[in-house]
Design a protein around this ligand. Structure first.
Ligand code: UDP
Ligand code: MG
Length: 321
């Protein structure tokens, strides 16, 4: 029988956190009184994390461990956990106890009430630098401007999602994974659950600025075509200026009989504008190619009514209805 809950925990060099994380997670999951499994994804750790997870798996029959052959990154580790998870609901939670496991029963209650995705929304963030708080705030503003406001505010990957939504996200084969965006994209009934994000239990962050920037760029580039079209708008702007210059040139020519000084500015704006427009058109086609390359399902069905048997669906729509 499938467990009711699968908890997915990505772990990268978390030897100082794992014992305490497992203790707190287990206390919460046992308290819920339904079958569960905990999937630890060892994302190519180089400390004692692999051995510690091995011991947990020996002692505790709820534990599953997936060892990566090398570090694949947090989003990939979570994706692997989702692939292996068997539960009717999947909970994604960090290994460092920044996301308090004690919130899970509240998430589960909302799920039982029919909500398909309950995402943790941060009310407070403890122990984060002012720089991180500020950049995160501006980044999410920018993202919502570029990609539309499908993205909820102050939301990381801590969430509980129904099997149906997990299957949709699993069927999105893109490599540049920005899971919180992919969940938002899937649709269904989603709801925020406010929580206070704690300090890391022990150890240091494994998200240095470089990884953070990469994740941030995945967010923008996987969900917005707008940057590709900037050149088009800039080019149209230059062409508008060149049209004004042409008008001025003609008036000057008629009025004074000489407009030689305006010829060069006119030609420069005309050629800059034309080049940028050409680039923008390339961008527009590239956006199409990129969209196809992502290979996302065409549509997401939440449920169907009145069919005797399921039709043969084309690939890319392999969504369980
Ligand atoms: N993590 C991972 N692979 C990585 C980096 C991080 O699996 O390459 C895990 C890490 O063990 C933790 C979670 O992802 O469970 C979040 O990472 P971290 O706490 O370092 O990031 P922060 O909370 O500082 O953004
Ligand atoms: Mg953390």
């Amino acid at each position: 029988m499938n467990p009711a809950y699968s908890v997915v925990v990505p772990c990268y060099n978390e030897e100082d956190c794992i014992a305490e994380t497992h203790r707190r997670l287990t206390a919460v999951m046992e308290g819920m009184g339904e079958p569960y499994e905990i999937l630890y994804v060892n994302d190519g750790s180089r400390d004692k994390t692999p051995q510690m997870l091995g011991e947990l798996a020996e002692k505790d029959k709820h534990v599953r461990v997936i060892h990566f052959a090398r570090n694949g990154g947090h989003q990939i580790a979570v994706s692997a956990g989702m692939d292996y998870a068997a539960g009717d609901a999947v909970i994604i939670i960090d290994a460092d106890l920044q996301d308090p496991p004690e919130v899970i029963p509240q998430m589960a209650a909302r799920w039982k009430a029919g909500v398909k995705v309950v995402y943790g929304q941060r009310r407070k963030r403890e122990g984060e630098s002012a720089f991180k708080l500020l950049t995160a705030k501006w980044y999410y503003r920018l993202l919502r401007k570029l990609a539309g406001d499908i993205f909820p505010r102050d939301t990381g990957d801590f969430r509980l999602a129904d099997r149906q939504v997990i299957d949709v996200v699993k069927n999105m084969p893109e490599h540049a994974r920005y899971l919180r965006g992919m969940f938002a994209w899937a649709g269904f009934k989603q709801e925020a659950l406010l929580y206070d994000r704690d300090k890391r239990f022990a150890g240091v962050t494994h998200y240095p600025l470089k990884k953070m920037l990469r994740l941030a760029s995945h967010g923008v580039m996987s969900f917005s075509e707008k940057p590709l079209l900037f050149a088009l708008w800039a080019g149209l702007g230059w062409l508008f200026v060149s049209a004004l210059l042409l008008l001025w040139l003609i008036i000057a020519l008629i009025a004074t009989g000489s407009a030689a000084h305006l010829v060069l500015p006119f030609l420069i704006t005309l050629s800059t504008g034309s080049l940028l427009v050409a680039l923008g058109i390339l961008g527009a086609y590239l956006a199409r190619v990129y969209d196809e390359a992502k290979g996302r399902p065409l549509y997401v069905v939440s449920h169907t009514l009145g069919f005797d048997k399921k039709p043969d669906l084309p690939p890319g729509t392999r969504v369980k209805a």
